[in-house]
Design a protein around this ligand. Structure first.
Ligand code: DC
Length: 220
C-alpha cells in the first residue's frame, strides 16, 4: 500500500500559501485542502443566522450540526454550505474579517480540526492554514511556513479583489491584513505560530515559480 503523505503549509493572510498549496497538489497529484475556506464558511453561516462572530453561545447553536461539505470539481475545491455552493461568497471582504474573528472560538476550531484530520487520514494531501503543522497535523511529513511583508500581502489581495471587480482601498486592506494577523496570532486556542520544525520561506520578492521550486527542493 502506498504511504499517505501529508504536507502542512501555514502562514499569515495573503502570503501566497494557497497558490503554492494548489500548485503543489497538482504537481504531486495529491489533494489540496484549503482550511481557511472552512472557517470562512462558518463565518458565512453566522452572518446568515444573524450571529455575531464573537458570540460563542450563539455559534454553539449551529456549529455541531453545521452542514458543511468540501467537494472537488475538476481538481478545484468547492465549499458547500447548507447545500449551496458558497465558494465565491466566502471570499467577500466582510466574510474575511468575520472568519478571522470566528476562528478564535474554541468550539469552531475543535469542529474544523476534527473534519480536517478526518480528511487527512484518508488520502495524501497538502493542507494550508494557520495551525496545520503546529496543531492539526503535528506529524506531517513536511511543514512549511510561508510569509511575506504586510505591504506585499495587501498588494496581492488588492490585485486579486480588483480583478474580480471588487472596489477596494489599498490602505483599508492593509489595515485589515494587520488586524487579521494580530487576531490569528493572539487567539488563545491554536494560534498562528511557526512551529520549530517548519521550513520558513519569505515570498515577498519571489515569484510563484520560485517559491514552488524552493518547496519542491525540500520534498525531493
Ligand atoms: O486563509 P484564509 O485567509 O482563507 O483564512 C480565513 C481565516 O480563517 C483567517 O483569518 C484565519 C482563519 N484560519 C484559521 O484560523 N486556521 C486555519 N487553519 C485556516 C484559517
Amino acid at each position: 500500500m502506498n504511504k499517505i503523505i501529508k504536507i502542512a503549509l501555514d502562514g499569515p493572510s495573503g502570503s501566497g500559501k494557497s497558490t503554492i498549496a494548489k500548485a503543489l497538489s497538482e504537481k504531486l497529484k495529491i489533494l489540496y485542502l484549503d482550511t481557511g475556506a472552512m472557517y470562512r464558511a462558518v463565518a458565512l453561516k453566522a452572518i446568515k443566522c444573524g450571529v455575531d462572530p464573537f458570540d460563542e453561545e450563539g455559534v454553539k447553536t449551529f456549529i455541531d450540526d453545521i452542514d458543511l461539505k468540501i467537494k472537488y470539481e475538476n481538481g478545484s475545491q468547492r465549499t458547500i454550505l447548507d447545500g449551496e455552493d458558497v465558494s465565491g461568497k466566502i471570499r467577500e471582504p466582510h466574510v474575511s474579517m468575520a472568519a478571522s474573528n470566528i476562528s478564535s472560538l474554541k468550539c469552531v476550531r475543535l469542529k474544523m480540526v476534527e473534519m480536517q484530520r478526518k480528511i487527512a487520514s484518508e488520502i495524501s494531501c497538502v493542507l494550508d492554514g494557520r495551525d496545520i503543522g503546529s496543531y492539526v497535523l503535528p506529524n506531517a511529513d513536511y511543514k512549511f511556513f510561508i510569509t511575506a511583508s504586510a505591504d506585499v500581502r495587501a498588494k496581492r489581495r488588492f490585485d486579486e479583489l480588483s480583478a474580480k471587480g471588487h472596489k477596494v482601498d489599498f490602505e483599508e486592506l492593509k489595515k485589515e491584513i494587520i488586524q487579521r494577523d494580530y487576531n490569528d496570532s493572539n487567539r488563545e486556542f491554536s494560534p498562528l505560530v511557526k512551529s520549530k520544525d517548519c521550513i520558513e520561506i519569505d515570498t515577498s520578492s519571489m515569484t510563484i515559480e520560485q517559491v514552488l521550486d524552493a518547496v519542491m527542493s525540500y520534498i525531493k
